[in-house]
Ligand binder design. Structure first.
Ligand SMILES: [Zn+2]
Length: 303
């Protein structure tokens, strides 16, 4: 059309009416909006490239063996569902997804809790973590770094021991730990009320061996110093303290009164129902309770 008009103009001819349309801006409907959601449910749907605008991405049943660098490079991703794949671990670069609030890595081949979730900005952004149906054997001792996590699903794993720090995840409301290998629950969990909790189908024990003399001892100077470090939340690095002191600090337990305690405290197994609004089981669970002083013991005995 353009060539034809140029030729007519060169020949000095008059343009026929209605040849040129009025240039109007495209309507909102005509403009294709950038994709914000994508759902890939089989390998044949897996794209060559993911749109950078994605906020929600679901890639299931694609036999993925790693989290692709292409996914990690999506700057706006808020929700990521990579369930039902074969992912064995999560790379450190995953921490670049600073807007991620919901992650679903259920039904994969994870053998460890992804440490990058604690060591990057994700510890502040994550609200929901689903790692059910993996092969996770243990949880990190500093789970309380996940301050904004509201829902934690670790059903069907191989976890033997729940760290006490789980009770200090400030926003935690829903926890799912059924079908693991837990022998007992941390006593400090009795000091807070959860929304929904499921600890059914674990290997709960009736008694524990070698729990000490059951008598309070006088705290050592080392213990007093360690209590101050924990109480005041004094930050330390591997360069500030020797290996022995760091390993001592990691052995901290918490009395039901909330105070940190070490070897001068006593511990005992106490059967109780879990304080939660919705409990998947009405059974009483064994809680390993630490008690820091005779005063706390008297209070605990009255419960
Ligand atoms: Zn106490």
């Amino acid at each position: 059309m353009l060539v034809k008009l140029v030729k007519m103009a060169a020949e000095g001819k008059v343009f026929p009416e209605k040849t040129l349309s009025v240039l109007a801006p495209a309507s909102a409907k005509q403009i294709e909006r950038p994709a914000t959601k994508l759902c890939v449910e089989c390998p044949s749907q897996y794209p060559m490239q993911f749109p950078k605008s994605l906020q929600e991405l679901k890639v299931n049943n694609c036999s993925l063996r790693r989290v692709s660098p292409q996914i990690i490079a999506l700057p706006n991703l808020c929700v990521l569902d990579l369930s039902c794949n074969s992912i064995p671990d999560v790379p450190n670069a995953f921490g670049q997804l600073v807007n991620l609030h919901t992650i679903d890595l259920s039904n994969n081949k994870l053998t460890c809790f992804p440490i990058v979730l604690l060591k990057s900005e994700l510890r502040n952004s994550l609200v929901s973590i689903n790692l059910k149906h993996n092969e996770i054997k243990a949880l990190p001792h500093d789970m309380s770094k996940l301050q904004n996590v509201h829902s934690l699903n670790l059903n069907n794993n191989l976890i033997q021991c729940l760290p006490e720090s789980i009770a200090f995840i400030r926003s935690l409301q829903n926890i799912f730990m059924s079908d693991n290998k837990l022998g007992y629950l941390p006593g400090i969990l009795l000091s807070r009320t959860l929304g929904t909790a499921d600890f059914s189908h674990n290997l709960f024990v009736d008694r524990l061996r070698d729990r000490g003399s059951g008598l309070f001892s006088v705290p050592t100077l080392m213990e007093w110093a360690a209590r101050v470090v924990v109480n005041q939340r004094i930050h330390y690095t591997n360069e500030d303290l020797d290996v022995h002191s760091i390993s001592y600090l990691k052995q901290v337990h918490y009395c039901l009164c909330g105070k940190p305690c070490f070897e001068s405290s006593i511990s005992q197994l106490h059967r109780s129902k879990l304080p939660s609004t919705i409990n998947y089981s009405s059974e009483e669970y064994p809680f390993l309770v630490y008690i820091c002083s005779k005063k706390c013991q008297q209070r605990f005995d009255k419960l």
